[in-house]
Design a protein around this ligand. Structure first.
Ligand code: 9Z3
Length: 325
């Protein structure tokens, strides 16, 4: 069995402070704050017998690492956002209000049945100034529009796109501090593929790096692991689920156990790159539960049984707490 050393260390307070102090400020933080406060106020009213609405922050897609301040080149990753978008649909079906923090341009909830390039494939011209959905896509498109509209009206906050690691972590901090008031009825489902290394803003070239003068040597530093500070300071009562991705099956579960213990997560969902759409392993302090996609159906996905299991675990956790006054 391959052994893994404990390279991942929880970030120190100084590293976290330095990251946020030196990051380029969010361009629309006032609007993000307003949207968050309004959404949480609307979705945190107690629903009687001392219970409250459950609100989950789903993070989705991959963060980029810019190499120049006036960004021409950046480091990206494989994440398509499918896990986050699909999970959002199932959380909504399970009665959660969802804050969807997603990478611009990646999978969106309720859009899976729409062809990848809708404007070329879904529509046809009626005349020079009007277009309509082509017959063979009409049912899928109308369902997507109806589901999307109902979700946004009833409990899906979509207006939180990110691109860079700087935007992602600043928005995650804002969301966590806003969700703090929900206590244990708030959940984090951290499915975004977060960069492990980045170029600090101050040491980043301002302009496009000139080529033609030989190899490019760059030194990237570790992104401070924010899971621990999220659990300890930002939203200490929230129910936290992180994901552990590996390509080597032999170290996956050990790394998931390490993440669970080091960052005090309630659950770590372990998944391997090549089989991530077929199987995940739900890891807690005393269980490892494999969850599989139902292969007998073409339209099934692994997120369906996964979210059912996690919503159930969240319910058990809530039931174990002393009744809220
Ligand atoms: C995951 O492991 C997600 O399941 C995937 C989903 C990114 C694999 P897709 O977006 O893929 O559907 O294409 N996300 C978390 C990966 C990650 O960055 N984990 C961090 C780590 O392993 C913890 S936050 O350290």
């Amino acid at each position: 069995m391959a052994s893994v050393d404990c390279q991942e260390s929880a970030a120190t307070e100084a590293e976290i402070r330095s990251f946020f102090e030196s990051a380029p400020p969010l361009k629309n933080s006032a609007e993000v704050g307003r949207n968050l406060d309004e959404f949480i106020a609307r979705n945190s009213s107690p629903c009687g017998d001392g219970r409250a609405n459950r609100v989950v922050c789903v993070t989705s897609g991959g963060t980029t690492v810019p190499l120049e301040q006036r960004c021409v080149r950046y480091i990206d990753n494989f994440s398509s956002g499918h896990r986050g978008a699909s999970s959002t649909e199932y959380f909504l079906k399970s009665g959660y209000a969802v804050i969807f923090l997603y990478r611009r341009g990646t999978c969106q909830p309720f859009c899976q049945s729409i062809p990848d390039d809708p404007f070329l494939e879904c529509f046809e011209f009626v005349d020079k100034s009007q277009a309509k959905v082509q017959e063979q896509h009409a049912i899928a498109v109308m369902r997507a529009i109806n589901d999307h509209r109902a979700a946004v009206e009833n409990g899906l906050l979509l207006k939180l796109p990110f691109t860079t690691i700087f935007e992602y972590l600043q928005m995650l901090q804002m969301i966590a501090l806003s969700m703090n008031k929900l206590g244990p009825y708030g959940m984090f489902y951290l499915a975004a593929a977060v960069s492990d290394f980045f170029v600090p803003w101050q040491s980043m070239a301002e302009h496009k790096i000139q080529s033609g003068s030989g190899p490019l040597d760059m030194r990237l530093v570790q992104v401070p692991k924010m899971l621990a500070v999220l659990r300890k300071e930002w939203a200490p009562l929230a129910y936290c689920i992180s994901f552990k991705l590996e390509t080597d099956k032999k170290i996956l579960l050990e790394k998931a156990d390490m993440a669970l213990a080091k960052y005090k997560m309630h659950v770590v969902v372990a998944n391997e790159l090549l089989t991530r759409k077929e199987e995940v392993v739900v890891v807690t302090h005393n269980e490892k539960i494999s969850v599989f996609r139902d292969k007998s159906r073409n339209d099934s996905d692994v997120e369906d049984p996964l979210i059912q299991l996690l919503a159930g675990k969240h319910g058990t956790y809530l039931a174990s707490l002393p009744k809220m006054k």
